[in-house]
Design a protein around this ligand. Structure first.
Ligand code: ATP
Ligand code: MG
Length: 510
């Protein structure tokens, strides 16, 4: 590490922002925000989706320039006009949206534009060895030579983290680094964070997983609607207190009471679905109005099964039946026509047309509903539909014409959900729907799932968060290495039992 020794808590902060404001056309993203970072601390920034967290981080790292306010770094007033400049000064950022170049190798991505050279040529051997060292430090097993294309979201996140570590920065900004990591990967990351902290690096940590913060966070700053609310020592505050500062009121319930009761009628069934090398003999049923959980460790095949049913990947064998009719789905188009929707975990790649506006994204999957009888778009209907869902999901956007790429990460996620709700599907697969979504919006999404189920729709909830599975589902299918090892009644099961099936220790009965 190039960072100097940790200063005492009373020393000059490593980084200090005063009265920072940032305006975008039609949006005041930040007003008079304060923030400071000490050496050797982990400082969390909390706030609802659209509160201004990422914007503040982009100002620190030179992606954006503030409209007003000052930044001082190591006691000197500074402003960075690009990430290249901030990196040179020792500030690294892991962005919430992953920014890797798909056709380049993992190693090339880690050292993009900083490749070690011998004379004019890139020193391939050193590049590979250096990249491997960064990956090893995170305890991840990814071949540095393979292209980034084809890596899972979690693996991409790990590569982004390795890239930031490779910079040997004094300030490390992590914007939602764990949103798609498993428990175990998060553990490894936390260990690295503790090491960095001990060597004097100042770390800014943004996450909607508030419960995991206790392990590493020293101080926490809360933003609400782009305004500065507070900074506290983590030890003297509580998650409840942080949440009420974030939302401006206290939130009593984490999960809504279920109003839907599943009927006896089976509306959807999958029989012996197999895709070579990915999953085998996967069978499950879904009753009218039921919420079925898919639990399991990362890579157990849950997403892959959903993608295959949705026609995004081919099936080698097996049948899918909806309302008594055997479906032959060879593309997502077929699935959508049949009434099957899949909300993907990777919003950038699969869920959104990010350059298009909010309203177009919302209605894209169901243009008929906003067209007149001549097949032309009825603009009034179109706008009303978009506005209704923006309200329903509390999506923060200056207008329904705003390009989706300009919305905050969590608000983009809500648009994908709105899009499928608008489609009025019969079976909905939600893949990690609350990842990166703030506490208030989580509750809204849970309520929606319950309402959908009450309307007779079959819902599959793929989630790595067991409390969410236990809080929302009727039954849970547990995956282990591409197979379902058990289907459990949610009311009668426990986290421990689910984990036993997920790790392959428990075997299916009968
Ligand atoms: N480039 C931009 N142009 C216009 N508006 C923007 C731009 N970047 C951010 N915004 C707006 O600024 C506000 C703050 O967004 P920001 O991304 O900082 O939120 P966030 O706190 O990181 O939210 P999340 O938890 O969803 O990631 C939002 O209303 C967002 O739509
Ligand atoms: Mg953000």
């Amino acid at each position: 590490m190039t960072a100097g020794p940790a200063l005492s808590a009373s020393g000059e902060p490593l980084l200090r922002l005063d009265n920072i404001s940032k305006e975008f056309p039609g949006v005041r993203a930040l007003s008079n925000v304060h923030f400071d970072l000490r050496r050797g601390e982990v400082h969390a920034v909390c706030g609802e989706n659209g509160a201004g967290k990422s914007t503040l981080m982009k100002i620190i790292s030179g992606v954006y320039q503030p409209s007003s306010g000052t930044i001082s770094y190591k006691g000197e007033e500074r402003q960075f006009s690009s990430t290249r400049e901030s990196e040179a000064a020792g500030i690294a950022i892991i962005h919430q949206e992953l920014n890797l170049v798909p056709h380049l190798s993992v190693a090339e991505n880690i050292y993009l534009a900083r490749e070690p050279r011998r004379g004019f040529l890139v020193d391939r051997k050193k590049l590979r060895a250096d990249a491997k060292r960064c990956l090893d430090r995170l305890g991840v097993d990814i071949n540095p030579d393979r292209p980034v294309r084809g890596l899972s979201v979690a693996q991409c996140q790990m590569v982004e983290i390795a890239k930031a570590l490779s910079l040997d920065a004094e300030v490390l900004i992590m914007d939602e680094p764990t949103s798609s990591l498993t428990e175990q990967e998060t553990r490894l990351l936390f260990k690295v964070i503790r090491d960095l902290k001990a060597s004097g690096v100042g770390i800014v940590y943004i996450s909607h997983r508030l419960d995991e913060m206790a392990e590493i966070v020293d101080r926490v700053t809360v933003l609400r609607d782009g305004r500065y609310i507070s900074t506290d020592d983590f030890a003297t505050t509580s998650i409840d207190a942080i949440v009420s500062k974030m939302v401006g009121r206290s939130l009593e319930e984490k999960f809504p009471d279920r109003t839907s009761v599943p009927g006896d009628e089976i509306i959807f069934s999958a029989e012996r679905l197999t895709r070579a090398g990915t999953f085998r003999d996967v069978s499950f049923t879904l009753r009218r109005g039921e919420i079925l959980g898919f639990a399991g460790l990362m890579g157990a095949g849950r997403t892959e099964v959903a993608r295959a049913i949705f026609g995004a990947d081919p099936l080698d064998a097996g049948t899918v039946t909806l309302h008594g009719e055997t479906l032959s789905i060879t593309s997502p188009r077929d699935a959508i026509a049949a009434g099957i929707a899949y909300l993907s975990e990777d919003r950038k790649a699969q869920g959104l047309a990010i350059k298009m506006p909010v309203d177009a994204n919302m209605t894209l999957a169901n243009m008929e509903a906003v067209s007149n009888r001549f097949g032309l778009i009825d603009f009034a209907k179109h706008a009303k539909a978009a506005r209704d869902y923006v309200d329903l999901l509390n999506i923060r956007t200056p207008s329904i014409r705003q390009p989706v790429r300009l919305l905050s990460g969590g608000n983009q996620q809500k648009i994908i959900i709105g899009k499928w709700l608008f489609r009025k599907s019969k079976v909905l697969f939600f893949d990690e729907p609350t990842r990166g979504i703030d506490v208030g919006a989580k509750l809204a999404i849970y309520r929606l799932m319950d309402e959908l189920a009450a309307d007779g729709i079959g819902v599959v909830l793929i989630s790595s968060e067991l409390p969410e599975i236990l809080g929302m589902t009727d039954r849970v299918a547990v995956f282990h290495q591409g197979r379902i090892t058990g289907v459990l009644e949610t009311q009668k099961t426990t986290q421990e039992e689910i984990m036993r099936y997920a790790s392959g220790y428990a075997r299916p009965a009968g």
